[in-house]
Design a protein around this ligand. Sequence first.
Ligand code: UDP
Ligand code: MG
Length: 139
Amino acid sequence: MRQQTLAIIKPDAVSRNLIGKIVERIEAEGIKIVAMKMIKMTKEQAKGFYYVHKEKPFYESLTDFMSSGPCVVMVLEGDDVINRYRKLMGATDPAKAETGTIRKEFATDVEKNAVHGSDSPESAEFEIRYFFSQLEIIN
Ligand code: UDP
Ligand code: MG
């Protein structure tokens, strides 16, 4: 089933010049990038993006981190891409991520974990619309 998901290369990875290496991993998986841009979120924009986590103890620190520098946001497309890209990312905590995953290779810790990916069709729809207009997505 053809799906879209929202991917982010987080500020830790952008600042360490890992954009190309992460994009390479996504493309090597046969996943298509159908929208891509660089943004720097304000604290308020980061809080809006992660509102589902607003009660979590890590919410303040996470949204400080996500607004600390530029991110690359992308819309990815492919069969079952939500799950496939989650699998390619690896576990949230890089210490628990499988060998060969993006987080195992590039993440620093459970917060500065290099990448984001939507976790369901509903969150993908919200997250894609959060950053992209219809005109910015190739179809
Ligand atoms: N996070 C954190 N501490 C935690 C769990 C998560 O700082 O104990 C951060 C981390 O950057 C993670 C993001 O919050 O990617 C969102 O958490 P979620 O549980 O949705 O993980 P993900 O879906 O990104 O794997
Ligand atoms: Mg999540």
